[in-house]
Design a protein around this ligand. Sequence first.
Ligand SMILES: [Zn+2]
Length: 222
Amino acid sequence: MYSGGFYPYKTPEEFWAYWSRYIFINRYMDAPKPVYSDLLALVKDKDYFVITTNVDHCFQKAGFDKKRLFYTQGDYGLFQCSEPCCQETFDNESLIRQMMEQQKDMRIPSELLPVCPHCGKPMTMNLRSDDRFVEDEGWHVAAARYSDFIRTHTGRVLYLELGVGYNTPVIIKYPFWRMTAQNPRATYACINYGEAVCPTEIEGRAICIDADIAKVISEIKR
Ligand SMILES: [Zn+2]
């Protein structure tokens, strides 16, 4: 599905026929496994904060406290102006559902093409893919909460990194390594299928588990 998102669709009607199904499945349907709720059970009584590059809303759907979440890369559930002419985002659920229901022969009806209410240009997903990504008010509030949390938690801290690859390591992985190196009371833990590694500088305070996150989390919970 992710790869299909990069296909050069010939018309916006075909583009939205694909993307509306993509968004519906990944953003509005329930996740197929209880990984997020298992994780919540482990952290809910602790002083936690989540930073994620996921854009599928699974943390909110599982019941994580919204004030303890920072979605850095956007949300499949929001549209923004493609220009963008404003730093605003727009809920897309009802339009996405209409696109899903009314598409035929891999096209949506042209009247459902989303346009910016301010300038009339096409809308696009609120996802960070280039410098046109809109950081709306909610994004800035969450970013400030995350940096406050980092600044005020400098004692015993567990930096738990789940499934972070090398697509955008500068957002979570490298900062977690750096903060662990700088704080002798910190522990770094990484659960990653195939890429559970850390620098030698923090090896003594690192737990790297090369395994399926769902299995590990459910075993810890048990
Ligand atoms: Zn606009």
